[in-house]
Design a protein around this ligand. Structure first.
Ligand code: SF4
Ligand code: SF4
Length: 230
C-alpha cells in the first residue's frame, strides 16, 4: 500500500476519534427520559371538580365517538343526598381497553364536561388482559387531583402535570377573538388552568408548561455540553 493510501485510510477515522472526546448526548432511556411534547396523548384520567365531585355525567359521548370502540360507559342517576357528580347522572361504569386505544383523543374532544383527558404518561404494559382494561378505580384522579399510579406504569413528575393542556389550545368554534379566553371549569388540585399558548398574547408558558419540544431539547443538550449549544 502506498503511503498516501495509508494516510487516506486513517483519515477515515478522524471524525470518530474527534467524537471520542465530545460529551455524550445520548438519552439513557428508560432511566432518563426525554422531555415530552406539550400535547402528547398518554394514559387517560377522569377529572373531578375542585369540590371533589366527578366531572363525568355518564352521557356516553366519548364511547360513541371512539373509533377503536374501546370505551364502555354506563350512566346512573345521582343519589340526591350524596351525588357523585353535579349533574342528574354520573358515570356509574367507565372502562377503557388499552389493548385497543390508539390515543387519538377524540373522546377528549367529544366530552362536554372536560371529564376525560389524557396525561403524558404512555410507558405502561400489561401481562394480562384484565390489567389492560382500566376502570373508574384506576382512571378517576386521586383526592389531590393527581392520576393514580398502577404498579406497571412508569410515571415521572412531568407526566402528571398539565394533563388536559392540549384541549385548552383551541378557541371555541374556531373564533380567533375567543383565543385565550377561559371557557372551562376548575380541576381538583389545580383550580382553573391557564389557557395554552396560541397565536394570541394571552399566554403564560410557565403555568401551562407549554414549552416547545425544540426549546426543551436545546436546553437539555446545552446542559450536557456545559452551556454550549451546538
Ligand atoms: S383516545 Fe381515541 S381510541 Fe382511545 S379511548 Fe379515546 S377515542 Fe378511543
Ligand atoms: S367522560 Fe365525558 S363524554 Fe364520556 S361519559 Fe363522561 S361526561 Fe360523557
Amino acid at each position: 500500500m502506498a503511503i498516501s493510501d495509508g494516510l487516506k485510510f486513517f483519515g477515515g477515522f478522524k471524525q470518530s476519534i474527534k467524537q471520542v472526546a465530545e460529551p455524550r448526548v445520548t438519552t439513557q432511556y428508560p432511566k432518563e427520559k426525554a422531555p415530552k411534547p406539550p400535547r402528547l396523548h398518554g394514559r387517560h384520567v377522569l377529572n373531578r371538580y375542585e369540590d371533589g365531585l366527578e366531572k363525568c355525567i355518564g352521557c356516553e359521548l366519548c364511547a360513541a365517538v371512539c373509533p377503536a370502540d374501546c370505551i364502555y360507559v354506563r350512566g346512573a342517576d345521582n343519589d340526591l343526598d350524596s351525588p357523585t357528580s353535579p349533574g342528574e347522572r354520573y358515570g356509574y361504569v367507565y372502562e377503557i381497553n388499552y389493548l385497543r386505544c390508539i390515543h387519538c383523543d377524540l373522546c377528549v374532544e367529544a366530552c362536554p364536561t372536560e371529564a376525560i383527558t389524557e396525561s403524558k404518561m404512555f410507558e405502561f404494559s400489561f401481562t394480562s388482559r384484565s390489567d389492560a382494561i382500566y376502570t373508574k378505580k384506576e382512571l378517576v384522579v386521586d383526592d389531590d387531583g393527581r392520576p393514580k399510579h398502577m404498579p406497571w406504569e412508569d410515571w415521572r413528575d412531568e407526566d402528571e402535570l398539565h394533563t388536559s393542556g392540549w384541549m385548552r389550545a383551541t378557541s371555541p368554534a374556531g373564533n380567533a377573538d375567543m383565543e385565550g379566553e377561559v371557557q372551562w371549569s376548575g380541576e381538583l388540585g389545580y383550580g382553573q388552568r391557564y389557557p395554552e399558548a396560541g397565536q394570541s398574547d394571552k399566554r403564560n408558558d410557565e403555568l401551562t408548561g407549554n414549552i416547545s419540544i425544540r426549546e426543551v431539547e436545546k436546553k437539555k443538550i446545552s446542559v450536557k455540553l456545559g452551556g454550549k449549544v451546538r
